[in-house]
Ligand binder design. Structure first.
Ligand code: 2P0
Length: 323
């Protein structure tokens, strides 16, 4: 029996977004998604067995409180109910990037947690099952288990599949953060708002499926321009869907729009760069590996940006140490 384990996971940024859940629990996505894991967005999670009858959870050095604490405790309860683990744990999770600000912190957070918990299981848990288990914590974290370019299909109990390993992906990302405060409406709640009230929700589901199929094909032929075009327009359709909800959900700030317009200008001037935006105001640029330094340079020339983070494709989640 081990007493502690440390796991590492990378966050992922979706090129075709998961936005919307099917009825029921366990984060069954209403849209199939495709993402790239990013080496610069990392969570390291340590789990230690406790003798007490209660879990203790620390995130980025502070004790988890409120909804975050409840969500993680419930997730540990789910593992206990499935008889994969028993007892209680001290969970210490550290992100090297802003938490809860639309940079997929829940993806790497739950993936690292799932991998660390699996180290305590008597039963060997295969990657496919681990991806399903991570998905129950947070839908997007299923894709951080496999890393690289990964696809999460829809279906009865889907798990992510690796489409292309990190080393073979010829492009990376530049994250432009404009705000680092946690968002007021978490993704799960935002998805429900869209499902319940956006007149474009069904249109979004249909378009997302078409984008998923087109993106799969563009990755197969590695047509970078096509990948970028689909990613941009998929993000815009997702945001249109949420903005049109009643009440509306607008994650963007003024800077978000300024960056989008700048990307279109840079592209018209010959730089092959595309963008995507997750459930937050930050913008993520997509560029070929050989263009990433130039893209970072032009991104840095924009005033009012908080941070520029250059990210290369990263692998899946893994145990770093255990004892
Ligand atoms: C994605 N997002 O595909 C999309 C794009 C945000 C916008 O997955 O409720 O935190 O935990 O399953 O995984 C964010 O949603 O949501 C997300 P839950 P999650 O990356």
């Amino acid at each position: 029996m081990i007493s502690w384990a440390i796991a590492r996971a990378f966050a992922n940024i979706a090129l075709v977004k998961y936005w919307g859940k099917r009825e029921g629990a366990e984060n069954l996505p209403a849209t199939a998604s495709i993402s790239l894991a990013i080496d610069a967005l990392k969570t390291v999670c340590k789990i230690e067995r406790l003798d007490s009858g209660q879990d203790e959870i620390f995130i980025n050095g502070a004790m988890a409180v409120g909804a975050t604490s409840v969500r993680i405790s419930k997730y540990l309860d789910f593992w206990r109910a499935a008889k994969l683990i028993d007892g209680h744990f001290l969970v210490t999770s550290e992100n090297n990037f802003p938490t809860g600000a639309g940079l997929a912190s829940s993806a790497s957070g739950f993936a690292a947690l799932a991998v660390a918990l699996a180290a305590f299981s008597e039963r060997k848990i295969a990657v496919k099952e681990l991806s399903r288990l991570a998905r129950v914590g947070s839908g997007s974290s299923a894709r951080s288990i496999t890393g690289g370019l990964s696809a999460l299909p829809i279906g009865k109990n889907p798990s992510a599949k690796l489409m292309l390993d990190a080393e073979s992906v010829p492009f990376g990302m530049v994250v432009m953060t404009v705000e680092s405060a946690p968002k007021k409406i978490p993704s799960g709640q935002g998805m429900e708002m869209s499902r319940n009230s956006s007149p474009y929700y069904n249109t979004w589901l249909k378009q997302a499926q078409a984008d998923y199929e087109a993106m799969t094909q563009a990755i197969r032929t590695m047509d970078f321009a096509k990948i970028g075009e689909i990613a941009e327009s998929n993000a815009l359709v997702m945001h249109t869907c949420m903005i049109a909800g009643r009440p509306p959900l607008l994650y963007w700030s003024g800077k978000t729009i300024e960056i989008i317009k700048a990307v279109w200008k840079w592209r018209s001037e010959g730089l092959q760069v595309y963008f995507t935006v997750d459930a937050g105001p930050n913008v993520i640029l997509i560029a070929r590996r050989e263009d990433l330094n130039e893209v970072s340079r032009v991104a840095e020339s924009m005033p009012g940006i908080q941070r520029i983070i250059l990210g290369l494709p990263a692998g899946g989640s893994e145990i770093l140490m255990r004892e």
